[in-house]
Design a protein around this ligand. Sequence first.
Ligand code: KIV
Length: 298
Amino acid sequence: MYLVLINNGLRIADNSHLITYHYFCHTMSVNKEIKKITTHTLQKMKEAGEKISMITAYDFSFAKIFDAAGIDIILVGDSASNVMAGHETTLPITLDQMIYHASSVVRGSSRSLVIVDLPFGSYQGNSKEALNSTIRIMKETGAHAIKLEGGEEIIESVKRIVGAGVPVMGHLGLTPQSIYKFGTYIVRAKEEEEAEKLKKDTLLLQEAGCFGIVLEKIPAVLATEVSHKLAIPTIGIGAGSGCDGQVLVMHDMLGINTEFKPRFLRTYLNLHEQVTGAVQHYIRDIKSKDFPNDQEQY
Ligand code: KIV
C-alpha cells in the first residue's frame, strides 16, 4: 500500500481490495470537513476530479455501517425487489415497500446522501403521478432525492419533480424496469442508433434539471464520452472507469448473492461463505451443548 497527495487530500493506492479504507475515507474527499453530502458536494467532486462512491442499502443496520464507512451516496434501489424480496425482476416492488426500506435507511444514515428509486408503476402514467409518488417518498422517508429510469419519455416528470424542489437522478442504459422490452440483461447501446438516443437522453435529463445520471451496462467508451460532455456527474455500473462515480448492489459486492457474476462486478467479501460457516458453528455449539456455557447464563 502507498499513500499519495492529490488536491491536498490523502489518497490510498493498493492492489488488494481489502484495504484500511475506512480509517482514511473522510480525508480522501475534497470535502473532508463536510458533515453531510449534498447534490452540490457531488457536483464539486466532479469538478475536482474526485470519484463518487455509491452503494445500495435497504435497511437500518447496513445503512449505518456504510454511512460510518464514508460512502458518499446510499441508493435505496428497487433492486430490493430482487435481493430483499426474492423476485426475479424489479417490477413487483410497490411504492409502500420502497417507503418502508427507505425510511429504515434514512434512520441509519447521517452523512451520506440518500436517494430512493421510484418503483415501476409509480411514475410512468404522467408527471402528476410521478410528483405524487415523489412527495410520498420525501414526506414519509426523509430521503434527500429520487431516481427514475428513462430519457425523453419521462422528461416532463423530471421537470415537474425538480420544479417542486426535489433533486432527481436519471438512469439510462440497461434500465431493469424495462426488462421485458429488452428481453435480456445484455450490454445496451452497442449499436449506433441506441448510443445516439442515449447521448440525446443524457443531455435532455441534464437540461431538465437532473443532478446526476446512472449509466448501467453500456460500453466504457460511450460512458466516458457522455461523462466528459455532461456538466453533471455520471455514476456507472458496468459502464467502465470513465464515469464520475461507481455504484454496486451491496449483496453483489459483499458476496451475499453468489449466483450473480457479471464481468463488471468486483466482490470485496465472501459473506455467503462466512455467514454459512458462522451459522454452522452456532448449530454445532448448540447440538454439542457447548453453547451457552456457564459465563453465558444468569
Ligand atoms: O436498483 C438498483 O439497485 C439500481 C442500481 C443498480 C443502480 O438502480
